[in-house]
Design a protein around this ligand. Sequence first.
Ligand code: CU
Length: 333
Amino acid sequence: MAISYGLPAPCSLLMATLLLLIVQAQSVTRHYNFNVQMANVTRLCGTKSIVTVNGEYPGPALLAREGDRVVVRVTNRVAHNRGTLWWHAHISWLRATVYGAIIILPKHGVPYPFAAPHKEVPVVFGEWWKADTEAVVRQALRTGGAPNISDAFTINGLPGPLYNCSAKDTFKLKVEPGKTYMLRLVNAALNDELFFSVANHTLTVVEVDAVYVKPFTVKTLIISPGQTTNVLLTAKPFHPKANFYMSAAPYSTIRPGTFDNTTVAGILEYQKPGSPSVPSFDKDLPLSKPALPRFNDTGFVTNFTSKLRSLATPQYPAAVPRGPPTKRSSQRP
Ligand SMILES: [Cu+2]
């Protein structure tokens, strides 16, 4: 330690201890209050209301010293804070493993604009590399080439039975006959748009990116990385004496081999009547697999996205401009 150089030994020890104490005392907890709120801001001779933190634009800087503890208390004061969102890391490729759902229920006493589901289940899609993802991205930066594609997709962190050495890591959704479940789908994959389907069942899309949509029913849906989609899945009225794959595979218009063209599967299983607590998974039952679209089925994707409509009810109005656009709003910069 440079500062104690040349001091007698006991003194140097004392100095070191003192220094340590000072360093410890200097490692502090810093508290920040972030109020997410609307504020009027005037730029280019025009005033508009924007979302800000503490009314500041840009928002306040978070300052800390390495080793400090930072506590940020975020209070959201803007309207429409409801739905499925997700959080994730944003440094390098940490997002490959550092992510999770954010679920914001409606206020107490405010119903969904559809019949309340029996249960709600987060279903988060991800990607898994056998290699260290930091090494994957480092290599891509060094060579200037595309990063190595992932080895598997995951459902709630589990690649499922279609990959080597993975059968025990399978997401299982257990349902009761006749009940409706809301799956809160999140695509947390780094790079891939995904088709998703549950064999022999339909999915009713009710919310996309935390906004209610006019419900529509499909056998397969498409979800982009970063997107969320809530779907209702109604179980068959009687035990179907079968298990069903819930599968996801990528949509891509680029050359095969340049993206992870594998399929992740979870298993939808029915609770045996009268024995709800018994672990019911019966692997001897027949297993149905959904037919997913071809990886480059752009027609499917176009057809799916054309079905997205706002709810447009009195409670959830759609702010659609009426009449032709004014000269100003149609101006291009
Ligand atoms: Cu992000």
